[in-house]
Design a protein around this ligand. Sequence first.
Ligand code: FES
Length: 88
Amino acid sequence: MTIPAPDDAPVWIGHDLPPIWRDGVEYFLLSARNELYLIPNRCPHRGGPLKFGRLNAAGELVCPMHGNAFSVETLLDNPATLRLTAAP
Ligand code: FES
């Protein structure tokens, strides 16, 4: 399993990475804006696993449960999203 450098694609999703848990919340890894983020793996509609969604032609993440699409910017701006930094 290789995690691509953030420059390899505008948006990259860690579909095949193991679940990432923090404080009882499951996250998935997403690369965008040349940064790495932990995004809550819970669709705002009815809790579907966004991690297994796909990016559509508009660059939105399409939930695998009911097909609602969410802009990556919306996901990044979610207060529950965590931006990873090099500092501990
Ligand atoms: S749970 Fe994601 S679109 Fe319904």
